[in-house]
Design a protein around this ligand. Structure first.
Ligand SMILES: [Zn+2]
Length: 440
């Protein structure tokens, strides 16, 4: 019987370790086979020759291949405000430092340039998808397209005027117009992004719920970030912010609760019963002294918890490898249990759980045939990452974003041996310096 001809495919990546996340565990000496932007197979390297004839071949003998990291909450354009006001409590930070500058400078060019800067930083950190929330989502969409990065872009909604929109209806209409323009873009998705329960009133929440159900959109919002927010809500409505949103019909399997730091037992019950998602922003919560979300308890209760950096102004790194380590450490401290949030859980939160929160888990979040080839390669053969006993533990506890070498989004290599293939790095740094002199 004649041997079957090997199948022609676009790309084969051989790596020393492959950590597909689904199923858990580490494969040794495997090949990831990609065609037309999707994962075709994950097979032992020794068997791949007979099966596949790749047009391009990449060999990574000292690397771990993981699903592209998902940054499930950020304000990308705020990369331009990184480090502008540190060591300040949240209220003063927003009211005295961030909002006045946003009022003066935020416009489409600011958002485009800031988002491109953030995308460049994230791709070099192995992040292939982010969940963004900021003004001028159309300018952000343009930057993600330029960078080749996947993004869920929030349509921002507030009940007070900014240069971007005059009232809640204005915000909704501008956001929906941006969605109409970019909705066919294969790497972009859109969600409704009311800023927070305390900046959006009941009537507007009602409209948001109607749009979300009609258009099948994710609702993402900051909720229960500070103790002050919860106290104020209790004083005004005799309920927690999350209970109020539940009463208004906003919760459900497409509801993403960002931060969720200060929750009571009933709040946790709501998250479980409604199948809501939580985005844990450990670095930002620590930096702004907001507190520690009860992540171990949420995971134990069955809530899907993803990881986010929040904006670069309150972190100051858009670095999900760092967030994995912070989340793991913070959970151990708050639960007084060193077994809390182990490395494999942290990696799952940073990949598949993020994809689930955004409703993208059919397409990304694990290295499974049929999914889009969003893939990150991390070198584990340097002085910081040797000796190597457990690749997953090494990724979470020892490796840094500087060890990320290559990144593919939908099978396209957007980072090639640490060089961004779509972004002119020199032009980006000179634009960023221009903004620095204007904003200072
Ligand atoms: Zn935020």
């Amino acid at each position: 019987m004649p041997a079957r001809e090997p199948r022609a495919v676009d790309l084969r990546i051989d790596a020393r370790f492959v950590i597909p996340v689904e199923p858990s565990g580490t494969l040794v000496d495997h090949a990831l086979v990609v065609d037309a932007g999707r994962i075709v197979a994950l097979v032992p390297s020794a068997l791949a020759d007979a099966e596949y004839a790749p047009r391009e071949r990449v060999t990574l003998p000292e690397h771990a291949l993981i699903p592209g990291l998902v940054n499930a909450h950020t304000h990308s354009a705020m990369a331009l405000l990184r480090g502008i006001a540190d060591d300040v409590p949240l209220k003063a930070w927003l009211e005295e430092h961030i909002w006045p500058r946003e009022g003066r400078f935020v416009a489409p060019d600011f958002v485009h340039d800031g988002t491109l800067l953030a995308a460049a930083e994230m791709l070099r950190a192995g992040i292939t998808c982010c969940n963004d929330m900021y003004f001028y989502p159309d300018a952000a969409a343009q930057a993600y397209e330029q960078a080749g990065m996947r993004a869920m872009i929030g349509m921002p909604i507030l009940d007070f005027p900014t240069p971007y929109a005059a009232d809640a209806d204005g915000y909704l209409q501008r956001g929906l117009a941006a969605r109409d323009t970019y909705n066919e873009s294969p790497r972009l998705a859109f969600s409704l992004a009311p800023h927070a329960p305390y900046t959006v009133g009941d009537e507007t929440w009602g409209a948001i719920v109607v749009y979300a159900r009609q258009l099948d959109l994710v609702i993402q919002t900051h909720v229960a970030e500070t103790a002050h927010e919860v106290e104020q809500s209790r004083a005004q409505t005799h309920e927690t912010p999350l209970a109020r949103l539940d009463r208004l019909g906003a919760t459900g399997p497409t509801f993403v609760a960002i931060h969720a730091v200060h929750l009571d037992a009933r709040d946790v019950d709501i998250l479980v019963a409604q199948g809501c998602h939580v985005v844990h922003c450990a670095g930002s919560n620590m930096k702004l002294a907001s507190g520690a979300a009860p992540v171990a308890a949420l995971l134990a209760a069955g809530v899907n918890v993803a990881l986010g950096t929040d904006g670069a102004a309150s972190n100051n790194r858009l670095d999900v490898l760092d967030e994995m380590r912070l989340a793991s450490l913070l959970a151990k401290v708050t639960s007084a249990d060193a077994a809390s949030l182990p490395a494999a859980t942290a990696l799952r939160m940073a990949t598949l759980n993020g994809a689930r929160a955004l409703g993208l888990d059919e397409r990304i979040g694990s290295l499974v045939p049929g999914k889009d080839a969003d893939v990150t390669a991390i070198r584990l053969a340097d002085v910081e990452t040797l000796p190597l006993y457990d690749p997953v533990s090494q990724l979470v506890n020892a490796a840094g974003r500087e060890h990320v070498t290559d990144v593919w989004v939908a099978g396209e290599r957007v980072l090639d041996e640490r060089r961004l293939t779509r972004i002119d790095a020199a032009a980006l740094t000179s634009r960023t310096r221009m903004w620095q002199s204007r904003l200072a």
